[in-house]
Design a protein around this ligand. Structure first.
Ligand SMILES: O=C(O)CCC(=O)C(=O)O
Ligand SMILES: [Fe+2]
Length: 202
C-alpha cells in the first residue's frame, strides 16, 4: 500500500498501515527484541531520577551525535536488520536518515509523554519516519497551541508493520504521545528514523 496523507492543519502526516507485511513485521520484532542492546535510561522528572517507562536504543552513522544532559553521545552502529530497514524507509519516503531511535514498550504500562521531536539537531522541519512492530497502540496528536491550530486532539491506531511519516510543520505545531493502556499486555517496538544535522566544527 502507498503512503497516504492524513489531512491536518499545520501538519504534514502520511501513513501506510501495510508498509511491512504481518509476517515481515513479526519476524523483525523477534529479531530486534533479541539482538538490540536495550537500555533502561533514567530521566530527571521534577528533580527526581526515575526510570523511563520503556526501553530504548540509539543506532546510526558514527557522525550522527546528539547532545544529552551535556554529553555528546555517539550512536551504536547499524545492525544488518536496521540498515536494511533504513534503506526500505528511505526508498518509500524519498528522505535520507542517519540515525534511528528505538523504543520498546514492554506492555501497555510502558508509554511516552507529550512532546515534539524538536531538538535543534533535527533542524526546523524534520522528516521523521516511524515504523511500528507488535501490539497496536494509540498514537495521540494534539495542537501545541489550540488557538493557533484550532483542531481537536486525534488518535491513530499504529498497527504492526505500519509506517507513519511526520514532516513539514508537524513538530512545530503539534505534540504527540503514546499513552498507557490497560488493554494491551503484548510488547510494541517503535523505530523513528531521523536525520541528525551535526554542526561543522572546522
Ligand atoms: O512510539 C511511538 O510511536 C512514538 C515514539 C516517539 O514519539 C519518539 O520516539 O519520539
Ligand atoms: Fe516523538
Amino acid at each position: 500500500m502507498p503512503l497516504t496523507p492524513i489531512p491536518l492543519p499545520d501538519a504534514d502526516l502520511l501513513l501506510d498501515p501495510e508498509f511491512l507485511s504481518r509476517l515481515e513485521a513479526a519476524e523483525l520484532l523477534t529479531e530486534l527484541t533479541a539482538t538490540i542492546p536495550w537500555q533502561h535510561e533514567a530521566i530527571r522528572l521534577f528533580g527526581q531520577e526515575v526510570l523511563q517507562p520503556r526501553l530504548t536504543a540509539w543506532h546510526g552513522d558514527a557522525g550522527a551525535t546528539y547532545r544529552y544532559s551535556g554529553l555528546q553521545l555517539n550512536p551504536q552502529p547499524w545492525t544488518p536488520a536496521l540498515q536494511k530497514l533504513r534503506q526500505h524507509v528511505e526508498a518509500v519516503t524519498g528522505a535520507a536518515f542517519n540515525s534511528v531511535l528505538l523504543n520498546l514498550y514492554r506492555t501497555g504500562q510502558d508509554s511516552m509523554g507529550w512532546h515534539a521531536d524538536n531538538e535543534p539537531e533535527l533542524g526546523s522541519r524534520p522528516v521523521i519516519a516511524s515504523v511500528s512492530l507488535g501490539a497496536t497502540r494509540s498514537f495521540r496528536l494534539r495542537p501545541r497551541d489550540p488557538l493557533l491550530t484550532p483542531h481537536p486532539p486525534l488518535s491513530l491506531a499504529l498497527t504492526s508493520g505500519s509506517l507513519l511519516v511526520m514532516r513539514g510543520l508537524t513538530q512545530q505545531a503539534w505534540l504527540h504521545a503514546l499513552p498507557k493502556t490497560t488493554r494491551v499486555q503484548e510488547p510494541r517496538l517503535n523505530l523513528t528514523f531521523r536525520l541528525v544535522i551535526t554542526p561543522d566544527r572546522g
